[in-house]
Design a protein around this ligand. Structure first.
Ligand SMILES: [Zn+2]
Length: 450
Protein backbone atom coordinates (compact mmCIF):
# COMPACT_ATOMS: atom_id res chain seq x y z
CA UNK A 1 0.00 0.00 0.00
CA UNK A 2 1.54 3.28 -1.10
CA UNK A 3 -0.70 5.58 0.93
CA UNK A 4 -2.95 4.90 3.92
CA UNK A 5 -4.75 8.21 3.55
CA UNK A 6 -7.50 7.26 1.08
CA UNK A 7 -8.83 4.46 3.30
CA UNK A 8 -8.57 6.69 6.36
CA UNK A 9 -10.44 9.57 4.74
CA UNK A 10 -13.02 7.15 3.34
CA UNK A 11 -13.78 5.90 6.84
CA UNK A 12 -13.92 9.46 8.20
CA UNK A 13 -16.42 10.73 5.66
CA UNK A 14 -18.58 7.57 5.47
CA UNK A 15 -21.15 8.72 8.07
CA UNK A 16 -21.71 11.99 6.17
CA UNK A 17 -22.18 10.76 2.60
CA UNK A 18 -24.55 8.43 0.86
CA UNK A 19 -23.41 4.96 -0.17
CA UNK A 20 -22.22 1.84 1.63
CA UNK A 21 -19.54 2.42 4.31
CA UNK A 22 -17.12 0.06 2.57
CA UNK A 23 -17.50 1.77 -0.81
CA UNK A 24 -14.07 2.95 -1.99
CA UNK A 25 -13.24 6.64 -1.87
CA UNK A 26 -14.02 8.47 -5.09
CA UNK A 27 -13.49 12.09 -6.00
CA UNK A 28 -17.23 12.71 -6.26
CA UNK A 29 -17.97 11.18 -2.83
CA UNK A 30 -15.22 13.28 -1.31
CA UNK A 31 -16.48 16.44 -2.99
CA UNK A 32 -20.07 15.77 -1.87
CA UNK A 33 -18.75 15.54 1.66
CA UNK A 34 -16.64 18.69 1.28
CA UNK A 35 -19.58 20.70 -0.06
CA UNK A 36 -21.72 19.65 2.92
CA UNK A 37 -18.93 20.53 5.34
CA UNK A 38 -18.23 23.88 3.66
CA UNK A 39 -21.90 24.85 3.98
CA UNK A 40 -21.93 23.78 7.62
CA UNK A 41 -18.68 25.63 8.38
CA UNK A 42 -19.88 28.87 6.80
CA UNK A 43 -23.19 28.72 8.67
CA UNK A 44 -21.50 27.82 11.96
CA UNK A 45 -18.96 30.65 11.63
CA UNK A 46 -21.59 33.19 10.60
CA UNK A 47 -23.85 32.26 13.50
CA UNK A 48 -21.24 32.01 16.27
CA UNK A 49 -18.11 34.00 15.42
CA UNK A 50 -18.37 37.81 15.80
CA UNK A 51 -15.61 38.18 13.20
CA UNK A 52 -17.43 36.15 10.55
CA UNK A 53 -20.82 37.67 11.44
CA UNK A 54 -19.33 40.95 10.33
CA UNK A 55 -17.12 39.58 7.56
CA UNK A 56 -20.05 37.83 5.88
CA UNK A 57 -22.69 40.43 6.73
CA UNK A 58 -22.76 42.03 3.29
CA UNK A 59 -23.20 38.73 1.51
CA UNK A 60 -26.86 38.05 0.95
CA UNK A 61 -26.54 34.42 -0.09
CA UNK A 62 -23.88 32.24 1.49
CA UNK A 63 -25.66 29.06 0.39
CA UNK A 64 -23.07 27.16 -1.60
CA UNK A 65 -24.40 25.19 -4.56
CA UNK A 66 -21.02 23.94 -5.67
CA UNK A 67 -17.47 23.91 -4.32
CA UNK A 68 -16.59 26.72 -6.73
CA UNK A 69 -19.14 29.01 -5.04
CA UNK A 70 -16.72 29.38 -2.13
CA UNK A 71 -14.77 31.81 -4.29
CA UNK A 72 -17.53 34.40 -3.75
CA UNK A 73 -16.64 34.61 -0.06
CA UNK A 74 -13.97 37.03 1.19
CA UNK A 75 -10.51 35.87 2.27
CA UNK A 76 -9.37 35.66 5.86
CA UNK A 77 -5.84 37.00 6.35
CA UNK A 78 -3.13 36.56 8.97
CA UNK A 79 -3.69 40.24 9.87
CA UNK A 80 -7.33 39.43 10.72
CA UNK A 81 -6.20 36.80 13.24
CA UNK A 82 -3.52 39.11 14.58
CA UNK A 83 -6.10 41.81 15.25
CA UNK A 84 -9.14 39.83 16.34
CA UNK A 85 -8.26 36.27 17.40
CA UNK A 86 -10.91 36.12 20.13
CA UNK A 87 -13.59 37.38 17.73
CA UNK A 88 -13.03 34.25 15.64
CA UNK A 89 -14.11 31.97 18.47
CA UNK A 90 -17.36 30.07 18.00
CA UNK A 91 -17.21 28.47 21.45
CA UNK A 92 -16.50 29.79 24.93
CA UNK A 93 -12.87 30.16 25.92
CA UNK A 94 -13.48 27.43 28.51
CA UNK A 95 -13.89 24.93 25.67
CA UNK A 96 -10.47 25.80 24.23
CA UNK A 97 -7.84 23.22 25.13
CA UNK A 98 -4.77 24.79 23.60
CA UNK A 99 -3.78 28.25 22.37
CA UNK A 100 -0.78 28.40 20.03
CA UNK A 101 0.97 31.77 19.88
CA UNK A 102 2.91 32.54 16.73
CA UNK A 103 5.31 35.45 16.71
CA UNK A 104 4.94 37.65 13.68
CA UNK A 105 7.97 37.90 11.42
CA UNK A 106 7.14 41.55 10.72
CA UNK A 107 8.55 44.58 12.45
CA UNK A 108 6.00 44.62 15.28
CA UNK A 109 6.12 42.30 18.24
CA UNK A 110 2.51 41.31 17.73
CA UNK A 111 1.67 37.64 18.03
CA UNK A 112 -0.99 35.62 16.25
CA UNK A 113 -3.02 33.28 18.42
CA UNK A 114 -4.77 30.11 17.25
CA UNK A 115 -7.29 28.37 19.49
CA UNK A 116 -8.05 24.64 19.41
CA UNK A 117 -10.59 22.51 21.21
CA UNK A 118 -9.73 19.06 22.52
CA UNK A 119 -11.63 17.49 19.62
CA UNK A 120 -9.59 19.49 17.10
CA UNK A 121 -6.31 18.34 18.64
CA UNK A 122 -7.69 14.81 18.38
CA UNK A 123 -8.23 15.27 14.63
CA UNK A 124 -4.54 16.14 14.25
CA UNK A 125 -3.41 13.16 16.31
CA UNK A 126 -5.58 10.99 14.05
CA UNK A 127 -3.93 12.50 10.95
CA UNK A 128 -0.44 11.98 12.37
CA UNK A 129 -1.34 8.40 13.29
CA UNK A 130 -2.46 7.47 9.79
CA UNK A 131 0.00 9.70 7.92
CA UNK A 132 2.99 8.22 9.75
CA UNK A 133 2.06 4.65 8.75
CA UNK A 134 3.39 5.68 5.32
CA UNK A 135 6.95 5.67 6.66
CA UNK A 136 6.95 3.95 10.05
CA UNK A 137 6.07 0.34 10.94
CA UNK A 138 4.78 -0.86 14.32
CA UNK A 139 7.67 -1.49 16.69
CA UNK A 140 9.93 1.11 15.07
CA UNK A 141 11.48 3.97 17.01
CA UNK A 142 11.04 7.58 15.94
CA UNK A 143 13.17 10.45 17.23
CA UNK A 144 11.22 13.72 17.18
CA UNK A 145 13.49 16.72 16.66
CA UNK A 146 10.72 19.26 17.16
CA UNK A 147 9.23 21.11 20.14
CA UNK A 148 7.00 18.85 22.20
CA UNK A 149 7.20 19.74 25.85
CA UNK A 150 3.82 21.50 25.93
CA UNK A 151 0.61 19.47 25.79
CA UNK A 152 -0.93 19.94 22.34
CA UNK A 153 2.38 20.98 20.73
CA UNK A 154 3.38 19.38 17.45
CA UNK A 155 5.80 16.95 19.14
CA UNK A 156 3.25 15.97 21.74
CA UNK A 157 0.53 15.28 19.14
CA UNK A 158 3.01 13.28 17.05
CA UNK A 159 3.97 11.18 20.09
CA UNK A 160 0.30 10.34 20.59
CA UNK A 161 -0.18 9.48 16.91
CA UNK A 162 2.87 7.19 16.90
CA UNK A 163 1.70 5.39 20.02
CA UNK A 164 -1.58 4.56 18.28
CA UNK A 165 0.20 2.91 15.39
CA UNK A 166 2.35 0.86 17.75
CA UNK A 167 5.59 2.77 17.12
CA UNK A 168 7.64 4.39 19.83
CA UNK A 169 8.13 8.14 19.65
CA UNK A 170 11.03 9.63 21.55
CA UNK A 171 11.06 13.38 22.05
CA UNK A 172 14.41 15.11 21.59
CA UNK A 173 13.20 18.62 20.80
CA UNK A 174 14.96 21.19 18.62
CA UNK A 175 18.60 20.16 18.10
CA UNK A 176 21.01 22.36 20.06
CA UNK A 177 23.87 19.85 20.19
CA UNK A 178 24.33 17.66 17.10
CA UNK A 179 26.73 15.24 18.84
CA UNK A 180 24.14 14.52 21.54
CA UNK A 181 21.40 13.92 18.95
CA UNK A 182 23.62 11.56 16.93
CA UNK A 183 24.58 9.71 20.11
CA UNK A 184 20.90 9.26 20.93
CA UNK A 185 20.19 7.93 17.42
CA UNK A 186 22.82 5.22 17.93
CA UNK A 187 22.15 4.32 21.57
CA UNK A 188 18.37 4.28 21.23
CA UNK A 189 18.47 2.46 17.88
CA UNK A 190 16.35 5.05 16.11
CA UNK A 191 14.69 3.99 12.83
CA UNK A 192 13.09 7.27 11.75
CA UNK A 193 13.80 10.96 12.28
CA UNK A 194 11.27 13.79 12.15
CA UNK A 195 12.54 17.36 12.05
CA UNK A 196 13.22 20.62 10.28
CA UNK A 197 15.24 20.50 7.05
CA UNK A 198 18.22 22.61 8.19
CA UNK A 199 18.45 20.71 11.46
CA UNK A 200 18.61 17.36 9.65
CA UNK A 201 21.24 18.76 7.30
CA UNK A 202 23.24 19.75 10.40
CA UNK A 203 23.19 16.11 11.55
CA UNK A 204 24.09 14.69 8.14
CA UNK A 205 27.06 17.06 7.81
CA UNK A 206 28.32 16.71 11.39
CA UNK A 207 31.64 14.93 11.90
CA UNK A 208 29.96 12.36 14.20
CA UNK A 209 27.47 11.37 11.49
CA UNK A 210 30.01 8.77 10.31
CA UNK A 211 29.46 6.86 13.58
CA UNK A 212 25.81 6.10 12.68
CA UNK A 213 25.76 2.48 11.44
CA UNK A 214 24.83 2.25 7.73
CA UNK A 215 21.16 1.36 7.31
CA UNK A 216 20.34 2.48 10.88
CA UNK A 217 18.02 5.27 9.73
CA UNK A 218 15.24 3.86 7.56
CA UNK A 219 13.23 7.00 6.90
CA UNK A 220 13.19 10.73 7.51
CA UNK A 221 10.22 13.10 7.61
CA UNK A 222 10.97 16.77 7.01
CA UNK A 223 8.32 19.17 8.21
CA UNK A 224 8.32 22.82 7.25
CA UNK A 225 6.57 25.34 5.06
CA UNK A 226 9.38 25.04 2.54
CA UNK A 227 11.55 21.93 2.24
CA UNK A 228 14.57 22.60 -0.01
CA UNK A 229 15.02 19.84 -2.61
CA UNK A 230 18.79 20.26 -2.14
CA UNK A 231 18.50 19.13 1.50
CA UNK A 232 16.28 16.17 0.59
CA UNK A 233 18.90 15.00 -1.93
CA UNK A 234 21.74 15.44 0.55
CA UNK A 235 20.03 13.36 3.27
CA UNK A 236 19.05 10.62 0.81
CA UNK A 237 22.59 10.49 -0.53
CA UNK A 238 24.20 10.36 2.92
CA UNK A 239 21.89 7.91 4.65
CA UNK A 240 20.44 6.01 1.71
CA UNK A 241 16.91 6.26 3.12
CA UNK A 242 13.75 7.81 1.69
CA UNK A 243 12.98 11.36 2.79
CA UNK A 244 9.32 12.33 3.05
CA UNK A 245 7.83 15.83 3.21
CA UNK A 246 5.11 17.01 5.51
CA UNK A 247 3.47 20.35 4.81
CA UNK A 248 1.44 22.02 7.49
CA UNK A 249 1.01 25.23 9.39
CA UNK A 250 -0.45 25.93 12.80
CA UNK A 251 -3.49 27.56 11.20
CA UNK A 252 -4.24 24.26 9.42
CA UNK A 253 -4.25 22.49 12.78
CA UNK A 254 -0.51 21.71 12.45
CA UNK A 255 -0.97 18.96 9.86
CA UNK A 256 -1.79 19.56 6.20
CA UNK A 257 -0.36 17.14 3.65
CA UNK A 258 2.11 14.29 3.58
CA UNK A 259 3.91 12.40 0.80
CA UNK A 260 2.93 8.87 -0.10
CA UNK A 261 5.65 6.29 -0.80
CA UNK A 262 5.94 7.59 -4.36
CA UNK A 263 7.17 10.85 -2.77
CA UNK A 264 5.71 12.98 -5.46
CA UNK A 265 3.58 15.64 -3.80
CA UNK A 266 1.82 16.04 -0.48
CA UNK A 267 -1.49 14.16 -0.19
CA UNK A 268 -3.90 16.61 1.37
CA UNK A 269 -5.90 16.03 4.50
CA UNK A 270 -9.06 16.64 2.51
CA UNK A 271 -11.60 15.52 5.09
CA UNK A 272 -10.46 18.39 7.31
CA UNK A 273 -9.34 21.04 4.81
CA UNK A 274 -10.68 22.45 1.57
CA UNK A 275 -7.70 23.84 -0.32
CA UNK A 276 -7.64 26.31 -3.20
CA UNK A 277 -4.75 27.76 -5.21
CA UNK A 278 -5.36 31.41 -6.06
CA UNK A 279 -3.67 34.13 -8.05
CA UNK A 280 -2.12 36.20 -5.24
CA UNK A 281 -2.69 39.46 -7.12
CA UNK A 282 -6.22 39.08 -8.50
CA UNK A 283 -7.42 36.65 -5.82
CA UNK A 284 -9.03 34.45 -8.49
CA UNK A 285 -8.85 30.66 -8.13
CA UNK A 286 -6.39 29.08 -10.57
CA UNK A 287 -6.84 25.91 -12.61
CA UNK A 288 -5.11 22.76 -11.31
CA UNK A 289 -1.42 22.80 -12.17
CA UNK A 290 -0.91 26.56 -12.13
CA UNK A 291 1.26 27.97 -9.34
CA UNK A 292 -0.23 30.41 -6.85
CA UNK A 293 -0.99 30.96 -3.18
CA UNK A 294 -2.36 28.18 -0.97
CA UNK A 295 -5.73 29.16 0.54
CA UNK A 296 -7.70 26.83 2.76
CA UNK A 297 -11.01 26.53 4.59
CA UNK A 298 -11.29 24.31 7.65
CA UNK A 299 -14.03 21.66 7.39
CA UNK A 300 -14.08 20.15 10.87
CA UNK A 301 -13.08 22.91 13.25
CA UNK A 302 -15.79 24.24 15.56
CA UNK A 303 -13.71 26.38 17.94
CA UNK A 304 -11.97 28.72 15.52
CA UNK A 305 -12.95 27.82 11.96
CA UNK A 306 -11.14 29.65 9.16
CA UNK A 307 -12.76 30.49 5.84
CA UNK A 308 -10.50 31.01 2.81
CA UNK A 309 -7.41 31.66 4.90
CA UNK A 310 -4.47 33.02 2.90
CA UNK A 311 -1.46 30.97 3.90
CA UNK A 312 1.12 33.07 2.05
CA UNK A 313 2.73 29.84 0.80
CA UNK A 314 3.33 29.32 -2.91
CA UNK A 315 2.54 25.95 -4.48
CA UNK A 316 0.33 24.27 -7.08
CA UNK A 317 -1.84 21.19 -7.40
CA UNK A 318 -0.24 18.33 -9.33
CA UNK A 319 -2.81 17.39 -11.98
CA UNK A 320 -1.19 14.12 -13.11
CA UNK A 321 -2.30 10.93 -11.32
CA UNK A 322 -0.08 9.66 -8.50
CA UNK A 323 1.41 6.14 -8.82
CA UNK A 324 -0.36 5.25 -5.55
CA UNK A 325 -3.73 5.71 -7.24
CA UNK A 326 -5.01 8.21 -4.69
CA UNK A 327 -8.07 10.32 -5.43
CA UNK A 328 -6.78 13.00 -3.05
CA UNK A 329 -5.43 16.27 -4.40
CA UNK A 330 -1.69 16.56 -4.25
CA UNK A 331 0.20 19.71 -3.43
CA UNK A 332 3.60 20.23 -5.05
CA UNK A 333 6.48 21.12 -2.77
CA UNK A 334 5.97 24.66 -1.47
CA UNK A 335 8.44 26.90 -3.29
CA UNK A 336 8.50 29.70 -0.76
CA UNK A 337 6.42 32.37 0.83
CA UNK A 338 4.91 35.41 -0.81
CA UNK A 339 6.01 37.71 1.99
CA UNK A 340 9.59 36.51 1.88
CA UNK A 341 10.17 37.46 -1.76
CA UNK A 342 11.99 40.77 -2.18
CA UNK A 343 11.70 43.06 -5.14
CA UNK A 344 15.22 43.96 -6.26
CA UNK A 345 16.17 47.31 -7.82
CA UNK A 346 16.70 45.38 -11.07
CA UNK A 347 12.99 44.49 -11.11
CA UNK A 348 13.58 40.80 -10.38
CA UNK A 349 12.34 39.01 -7.28
CA UNK A 350 14.44 36.97 -4.89
CA UNK A 351 13.25 34.53 -2.21
CA UNK A 352 14.84 32.13 0.25
CA UNK A 353 13.88 29.18 -1.94
CA UNK A 354 16.28 30.26 -4.74
CA UNK A 355 19.06 30.79 -2.21
CA UNK A 356 18.36 27.45 -0.50
CA UNK A 357 18.54 25.44 -3.71
CA UNK A 358 21.74 27.19 -4.81
CA UNK A 359 23.62 27.07 -1.51
CA UNK A 360 22.63 23.91 0.37
CA UNK A 361 24.29 21.55 -2.15
CA UNK A 362 27.66 23.10 -1.17
CA UNK A 363 29.61 20.70 1.06
CA UNK A 364 30.34 21.99 4.54
CA UNK A 365 27.51 24.54 4.62
CA UNK A 366 25.23 24.05 7.61
CA UNK A 367 23.02 27.12 7.47
CA UNK A 368 23.01 30.69 6.24
CA UNK A 369 21.31 34.04 6.69
CA UNK A 370 20.73 36.54 3.94
CA UNK A 371 19.79 40.21 3.86
CA UNK A 372 19.49 42.89 1.22
CA UNK A 373 20.72 46.37 2.15
CA UNK A 374 21.25 49.50 0.08
CA UNK A 375 24.72 50.79 -0.76
CA UNK A 376 25.42 53.79 -3.05
CA UNK A 377 21.90 53.46 -4.49
CA UNK A 378 22.49 49.82 -5.36
CA UNK A 379 21.13 46.72 -3.67
CA UNK A 380 23.69 44.78 -1.70
CA UNK A 381 23.19 41.10 -0.86
CA UNK A 382 24.89 40.05 2.33
CA UNK A 383 25.13 36.39 3.28
CA UNK A 384 26.41 34.98 6.58
CA UNK A 385 27.37 31.33 6.62
CA UNK A 386 27.43 28.72 9.34
CA UNK A 387 29.93 26.14 8.23
CA UNK A 388 31.37 22.88 9.46
CA UNK A 389 34.70 23.32 11.25
CA UNK A 390 37.53 23.60 8.74
CA UNK A 391 35.20 23.93 5.76
CA UNK A 392 35.26 27.70 5.46
CA UNK A 393 38.31 28.23 3.22
CA UNK A 394 36.82 27.22 -0.09
CA UNK A 395 33.24 27.73 1.00
CA UNK A 396 33.15 31.51 0.56
CA UNK A 397 34.34 31.20 -3.05
CA UNK A 398 31.82 28.43 -3.73
CA UNK A 399 28.98 30.42 -2.17
CA UNK A 400 29.84 33.45 -4.24
CA UNK A 401 29.92 31.40 -7.43
CA UNK A 402 26.60 29.74 -6.53
CA UNK A 403 24.98 33.12 -5.86
CA UNK A 404 26.24 34.49 -9.18
CA UNK A 405 24.67 31.44 -10.84
CA UNK A 406 21.14 32.38 -9.70
CA UNK A 407 19.59 33.99 -12.80
CA UNK A 408 17.86 36.88 -10.99
CA UNK A 409 21.10 37.79 -9.19
CA UNK A 410 23.26 37.37 -12.30
CA UNK A 411 21.02 39.80 -14.19
CA UNK A 412 21.04 42.31 -11.33
CA UNK A 413 24.85 42.19 -11.06
CA UNK A 414 25.27 42.50 -14.83
CA UNK A 415 23.02 45.57 -14.90
CA UNK A 416 24.92 47.13 -11.95
CA UNK A 417 21.79 47.08 -9.82
CA UNK A 418 23.28 44.82 -7.16
CA UNK A 419 26.55 43.96 -5.47
CA UNK A 420 27.14 40.63 -3.76
CA UNK A 421 29.14 41.33 -0.60
CA UNK A 422 31.86 38.83 0.35
CA UNK A 423 30.16 36.14 2.46
CA UNK A 424 30.89 36.18 6.19
CA UNK A 425 31.64 32.88 7.90
CA UNK A 426 30.36 32.48 11.44
CA UNK A 427 31.19 29.88 14.04
CA UNK A 428 28.79 27.95 16.17
CA UNK A 429 29.32 30.18 19.17
CA UNK A 430 28.42 33.47 17.46
CA UNK A 431 25.69 32.04 15.26
CA UNK A 432 23.08 32.06 18.05
CA UNK A 433 20.99 29.23 16.72
CA UNK A 434 17.77 30.49 15.25
CA UNK A 435 16.86 27.14 13.78
CA UNK A 436 13.45 26.98 15.39
CA UNK A 437 12.54 30.32 13.86
CA UNK A 438 11.36 30.62 10.28
CA UNK A 439 14.24 31.38 7.97
CA UNK A 440 13.59 34.58 6.05
CA UNK A 441 15.36 36.88 3.65
CA UNK A 442 15.72 40.19 5.47
CA UNK A 443 15.17 43.53 3.77
CA UNK A 444 17.07 46.36 5.48
CA UNK A 445 16.88 48.82 2.59
CA UNK A 446 14.15 51.08 3.99
CA UNK A 447 15.96 51.50 7.29
CA UNK A 448 19.20 52.50 5.58
CA UNK A 449 17.48 55.06 3.40
CA UNK A 450 15.96 56.85 6.40
ZN1 LIG B 1 0.50 9.00 -3.92
Amino acid sequence: MLTPLDAWICSKIAPSVTGAPNEPLTRSRLEDYQLGRLRATVEHARSHSPFYQRQLAGIVDTGLRSLEDISALPFTTPADILAHDLRFLCVSQGEIERVVTLCSSGTTNAAKRLHFTRQELELTVDFFHHGMTTLVAPGERVLILMPGELPGSVGDLLLQGLERLGAQGILHGIVRDESAAIHQIIVEEIDCLVGLPVQLLGLVRHADAATIPPGRIKSVLLSADHVPAAIVREIERAWGCPVFNHYGMTEMGLGGAVDCRARNGGHLREADLYVEIIDPVSGRPLPDGEPGEVVFTTLTRVGMPLIRYRSGDLSRFIPQPCPCGTVLKRLARVTGRLAGRLQLASGGRLGMAELDEALFPLPGLLNFRAAVTVEHNRDCLQVSLLSRAGASAGLCRAVRAALEGIPVLRQAVAGDYLRIAPPVVMTDSNWQSSSSIKRTLHDYREKKKC
